[in-house]
Write a protein that binds this ligand. Sequence first.
Ligand code: TXA
Ligand code: MG
Length: 311
Amino acid sequence: MPKIETALLAPDAAGIAEAERLLGAGGLVSFPTETVYGLGGDARNGTAVAHIFEAKGRPSFNPLIVHVPDFDAALRYADLSGPLETLAHRFWPGPLTLVAPLKQGHGLSPLVTAGLETLAIRVPSHPVAQDVLRAFGGPVAAPSANPSGRISPTTAAHVMAGLDGRVDAVLDAGACTVGLESTIVGSDPLALLRPGGLAREDIEAIAGPLADAGDSITAPGQMLSHYAPDAVVRLNANCANAGEVLLGFGPMQSDLNLSVAGDLVEAAANLFGHLHKLDAMGQPIAVAPIPNCGLGQAINDRLRRAAAPRG
Ligand code: TXA
Ligand code: MG
C-alpha cells in the first residue's frame, strides 16, 4: 500500500475534531481504549474497513469488533437480549465484547463481520474513546492497532512502531489502563470466546457458568500463533537460561517484572509493554509462571499464543 503521512493527535478538542473529520472521510484513526489501542474506521464504509484489513495485513476472514458509545447505540446494530443484555447493563462501558445476532437493516459493511450473521460489539470506557465515538456519531470498526499476529499496542508509540505510514492519525492519550483486549462472550450457549480484560469469574457471578470456546464455538481470530514477538518465548520459567531475558512475576530477580507485588491487574496492564521492551533486546524471552485465576487466565492465554510455534 502507498505510504501516507501519519499525524499524531493530542486528545484535546482539536484532536477529537480531526479524528471525527478523518473517520467521516473514510480514513483510519488509531485511538486509545481502556484495553489496547484500536485501529478505527467507519464500520458502514466498505472501503474504510478494507483499508483496516490492508493496514494490519489481516486475513479478511477474521471479523472486527464494532465500537459504539452506549447500549442504545449498540441496539441499532445487534439484537441484545436475555443474558447478553444483562451483561451489557452490568459491564458497559468496559472491557467486554458481546457477540449477538446482527439487527435487520444494520447498515454495516459485510466486511466487518466477514459475512457472519453475528456481530461483535462493545462500549469502551476510555474517555477519549467515548469522545471520538460521540463526536463521530457512527459505528467504528476497530481491531487492535498492531500488524496482524503481532503484540497488541498499549501506547501510541507501540502503534507508531507497527503502523506509521499506514494510518491517517494516532490519538495519543498515554498508556491503556487494562492492557489486555476485551473479554468476548457469545450466546447460545453463553460462552467465553476469548478471555480478556474482564475476568471470567466476574461474568459468571452475574450470568452463571460460561461454556468454553471449543471446536464448534470460537472467535475466528483465535489463531494459536498470535501476539507474537520476534523472539522465542519459553513459559513457566523459574530462572533465565544463558542468553535469555526473564519476564518475572512476584518477588524475584528478573529483567522486567509484570508485578513485583504479584498483582494480576497490574501484570495485565504491563504485559504487552514489557513484551515489546524485551523483544527489542533481541534475545529469547523466558517468562515466570502466572497464576491461572482472575486476569491470569487471559494473561496466560496471550503468553501461550506468544510462545506457540510460528506458522
Ligand atoms: O479490547 C479489544 O477488544 C480491542 C479494542 C481495540 O477494542 N479490539 C480487539 O479487536 O481486540 P481484534 O480485532 O484484535 O479482535 C477481535 C476478535 C477476533 O478474535 C475476532 O475473531 C472476534 O473478535 N470476533 C469478531 N467478530 C466476531 C463474531 N461475529 N463472532 C465471533 N468472534 C468474533
Ligand atoms: Mg488483535
